[in-house]
Write a new protein. Sequence first.
Lengths: 347, 318
Amino acid sequence: MSTSEVGEGGVRGERPGREAVVGKGEHPRGGRRDGKRRRGGRGERAMVPDAEFTSYYGKPILNPPKWEARDIAGYFFLGGLAGAGSVLAAGAQLTGLPATARALKISSLAAIAGSTYALVHDLGRPARFHHMLRVVKPTSPMSVGSWVLAAYGPAAGAAAVLDVTGWFPRLGAAATAGAAVLGPVVASYTAVLAADTAVPAWHGGYRELPFVFVGSATAAASGMALIAAPRGENGPARGAAVFGTALDLAAVTLMRRRLGMVAEPYREGRSGRLMRTAEVLSVAGAAGGALLGGRSRAAAALSGAALLAASACTRFGVFHAGVRSAEDPKYTVVPQRERREALQQEH
Amino acid sequence: MSGLVGRNLLAGAEPEVARDAGYQDPPPRMGFFTDTSVCIGCKACEVACKEWNSVPEDGLEFTGMSYDNTQGLSADTWRHVAFIEQNRRVAAGAPVDDRTGDGTGDGAGGGTATAEVPDGSGGDEGLRWLMASDVCKHCTHAACLDVCPTGSLFRTEFGTVVVQEDICNGCGYCIPACPYGVIDQRKGDGRAWKCTMCYDRLGAGQEPACAKACPTDSIQYGPLDELRERAAARVEQLHEHGVSDARLYGENPDDGVGGDGAFFLLLDEPEVYGLPPDPVVTTRDLPSMWKHAGVAALTMLGGIAAVYAANGRQGGRR
């Protein structure tokens, strides 16, 4: 083939390697792209016309999250319940609703304890959980979140314990206030945690996801208040349930609209079913709580349970939608290609 | 450190990535240029990488999809040779027949050579193979490094990105953060693993094991500036030969990740090789994310306060 001599010293003379001449791939006639078409064909409703795209044998481009849904989606739910619960508890305390305040402080403590367990349990090396506090790193939402939890957890714990025991009422009030200030951070930062990834269905919704999460958190905590608070005290919980549900549903709608074809995972498959279930449950819970919760203790408790379940469904739905969008190369390739082509047209 | 103030270090071109990471007098940034046009798919890089870095077995699967049974990068695959079989006729690049001379040829006839291929005999006869050795891109703006909460992932003096395995606690955040799907969690171990660009060899002045083992110099290792020049010349050469599909991937410092420390010469669209067409480091948008989260948190606080205020006004009757 060539005149090079191969000897003990390697190739003598010319080495074509780096400069080798290669063949030229000709474009097949009739159709520019020749790779795999979308794997779809599952009879699902197409929200946008099928985008033509190529992939490497349908393999995902991204490595999907290896997080356990139970741990991380569970944490999104519990963290929201705890954070919003602390805000509602402080409000209840200030407006003279002691039973509601106490119940919510206890539920926040329980929820944040469960969160901590879930987070440590999900680590690949749980014994190294304390490495989370090795550095302070503003570019890492998980680092920021770890420090927020390190401050919020003790505050929520102190608020609950001091309320139940009645010890150090001033310290208890300070802890209640501290937890109420950090609560919204705990409830909202998890949206940044999810959005600060390459996962198309999470990153693409980074503007709306924090509102989905705080809305869902408020609905969950007001659900807990509807279950735990005496009927005479549940007025604010009913109001908060309507507020949280409205915020959640509006933000989800906006997010889907912005995401375009990447919103498919929020409508299809298991994640789609979870999102739809969440919608039904939250509307039922908020309406039931608002209309009947003031009259019947049972109706209030039932509405509260529906709101809690709705919030959990939202978090698991968002979680699974993200995983689904990472597993299908379509959601990585098509938006990036569209973005690149739009940019090229500008120039 | 004063040089860092007021600069956007989350995105955009960043010529002194090691210096910005705090190294006083770093060596030149080192990288890979993987020229897939001369890759023969031998997988010597995969084997050399596994041997040198003691990377465990990654599943002995027969995919049946192509000569690629490795399938992709993972915690236990730091070099992956993609193998693509296309229904695409291959026309000779320009001077194949008279390539007795210096190999670079005078490619003036490149365009015409392709016209000699007989036409009109059905679209899907003919076949071409594309082979490409994929690897961690060692991004200028590395999302894995940005989101790592423990400081386990760090920037080396060579500008590469490496995991410290005695620090990693397996939180798994780097995995969905990577826009290329490189880093992954090792089963049974729990920690995240990826290519280190043979950090141990670099420190000793050696080239990485994959580049050392590559028989065709498809994987070239060296100072990134030099590699970029070499790559630009190679693309030009291929274009002269009529290989108009040849393009560089990841070499542009103005792209979404600030340019890759390991970039490629491809012969088709990136997604054909399983690469994202226009990756953007997720942390580019982090300031905006925090702003939105801040507004959301205040909305929640304000909304709940309003509910209590409204209730307090009418609450007197209870």
